[in-house]
Each structure stands twice: as structure tokens, then as C-alpha cells.
Design a protein around this ligand. Structure first.
Ligand SMILES: Nc1ncnc2c1ncn2[C@@H]1O[C@H](COP(=O)(O)OP(=O)(O)O)[C@@H](O)[C@H]1O
Ligand SMILES: [Mg+2]
Length: 268
């Protein structure tokens, strides 16, 4: 268990740790009929994807398979001007009509590749939210101290500027910032990209800690080999469609997953 705080008790009560819940079976995030098209090209056509409470779901697939398109569509972000259709529900609440910042406030947070980090600010400053923490009652969030518990390396680097950090440290900082906003669902787009192998497992293993705090995680990874070690379920995307889905333990020996391994073998 990590040091996630319960917003009902607020951060001042440092002893008020949220209990480790793990997967409760309750659906937290549900996307149905989600489609994204650029002109006549369909980048994503998804029937249904769900992430349960305390569950880590991995989305894998080759370059261009539609992984970023998927998490962007869920988060309400878009690159260019695609046509987006479908429903996104968080704890049963329909969010599709909301812009990205309101989905984030509702608890749907996307960590893009290191982009949540301010290069001209120190680690400490990056982990300071202007105006303090405003998380809805009952939602867990992390304060700076609990982010340091999760990533001790960030404490060591607390006085360094964001721009001076390694790729791995930036990724940790981006995740830390997102956690301070009190996510229900944390989505990460290829957090392992460009990281040293040792850091890949450090960052990815953190997902298990977050899940045991009751968070739901949607993890996009090209590094199938690393992802399969930490996820509960794996979804394989090909050309914007789900071609395979199941418990990670059952997916290891699937030839189609093996093929995906080969596709990214040079990265591991
Ligand atoms: N801004 C855009 N304009 C046109 N096509 C795009 C745009 N962004 C992504 N695509 C297309 O959508 C498909 C999926 O891309 P993407 O989601 O980035 O894949 P992945 O993240 O799996 O590598 C690709 O065919 C890509 O060319
Ligand atoms: Mg991508």
C-alpha cells in the first residue's frame, strides 16, 4: 500500500491512509461504441472497453494501432480534428459531452509522454498545485509526501528543474502530478518509452501499488513483455480494433501476443 490520502479526511490528517482495496469488480470506466475517424480513415472502432475498480488494464499493439487515439478519445483530447463518437462513462456518469479539463476534474486523468512536467520548475514546484488540492469528497489523492513515498527518487531530486531530469524521472513526476489531482482512472500513454530497462519495471510496477490503493489504471504500452507482468487484463489493438482481450495470465502463450512481442522485441 502507498500513502494515498482520503479526501474526506484531507491531507492534514497524515495518518488517514486509504485502505488497500484492489479490484472490487465494480466497473469504473466504460467506453462503448467509441470511434475516431480522420477524414475517411477510421483510427479507432471500439465496441466496448471497461476498467474495474482496482484493476490494471493494458492496451498493447503495434505502432499506429490506435492506442493513443483510444486514450485521447477517452480523455477528450484530440490531435487534429477527428470525428469522435461513442460514450465514455465514469462511475456510470456519461462524460462524452465534457471537454478534457472537466473529464480530468471528474477523475479521468491521462499522463501523456512526460508532458505533464514543467521544465522550468523544480520537482517540488511541479508537485505543488496552485490553490491547493481540490478533490471531491471520498476520492483518494496523493500529496507531495505520498508521491515521494511512491517514487523515492523524486525526493532525492526535489530541488532539480524538470528539464534536468532523466526520462524516467520525468515520467515519475508526470505520474505524481496526475495522482495529486485525485484520479479515479489513471491513463498512461507509453510510460516506458525511452526508459532504461531497470526504470521500466520500477515505473510499471508502481501501477500495482496504485491498483491496491483502489485506483483503476489503463496502461498503453508498446512494450508487451513488460506490460504483461503488471496488468490484470490485456487488450490487443490492431488497426483501431480489439482483436484479442483477456486475463494477462492467459495471454502470455497466445501466438498473437507472441507476435506482438516480436514486433517490439528490439525495445526490451
Ligand atoms: N492528427 C492525425 N491526423 C490523421 N491521422 C491521425 C492523426 N493522429 C493519428 N492518426 C492516425 O490514427 C492511427 C492511430 O494512431 P495512434 O493512435 O497514434 O497509434 P498508436 O498510438 O497505437 O501508435 C494511425 O493510422 C495514425 O496515422
Ligand atoms: Mg501512441
Amino acid at each position: 500500500m502507498s500513502g494515498a490520502r482520503d479526501a474526506t479526511a484531507h491531507g492534514a490528517a497524515a495518518g488517514a491512509r486509504a485502505g488497500a482495496t484492489g479490484s472490487s469488480g465494480r466497473t469504473v470506466l466504460e467506453a462503448t461504441g467509441l470511434s475516431v475517424a480522420y477524414g475517411g480513415n477510421t483510427a479507432l472502432a471500439l465496441e466496448r472497453l471497461e476498467v474495474r475498480e482496482g484493476e490494471v488494464v493494458g492496451v498493447v499493439g503495434a505502432n499506429g494501432a490506435g492506442k493513443s487515439t483510444l486514450v485521447n478519445a477517452i480523455a477528450g483530447w484530440s490531435r487534429g480534428t477527428p470525428r469522435v463518437a461513442g460514450a465514455v462513462r465514469l462511475d456510470g456518469r456519461e462524460l462524452s459531452s465534457l471537454p478534457a479539463h472537466l473529464r480530468a476534474r471528474a477523475g479521468l486523468l491521462l499522463v501523456p509522454e512526460g508532458k505533464l512536467v514543467f521544465g522550468e520548475m523544480t520537482v517540488d514546484e511541479n508537485l505543488t498545485l496552485p490553490g491547493g488540492v481540490h478533490v471531491a469528497p471520498g476520492r483518494r489523492y496523493y500529496d507531495r509526501e505520498s508521491v515521494f513515498e511512491l517514487f523515492p527518487r523524486l525526493r532525492e531530486r526535489r530541488g532539480h528543474l524538470g528539464a534536468q531530469l532523466s526520462g524516467g524521472e520525468r515520467q515519475m513526476l508526470g505520474i505524481g502530478r496526475a495522482l495529486m489531482l485525485g484520479p479515479r482512472v489513471l491513463m498512461l500513454d507509453e510510460p516506458s518509452i525511452g526508459l532504461a530497462p531497470r526504470l521500466v519495471s520500477t515505473v510499471l510496477r508502481t501501477m500495482r501499488t496504485l491498483a491496491s490503493d483502489g485506483l483503476s489504471v489503463l496502461l498503453v504500452e508498446q512494450n508487451v513483455r513488460a506490460a504483461i507482468e503488471v496488468v490484470d487484463r490485456l487488450v490487443l489493438l490492431e488497426r483501431g480494433r480489439v482483436v484479442l482481450e483477456g486475463p494477462a495470465a492467459e495471454m502470455r502463450d497466445d501466438p498473437r501476443i507472441a507476435q506482438a512481442y516480436l514486433g517490439t522485441g528490439h525495445e526490451t
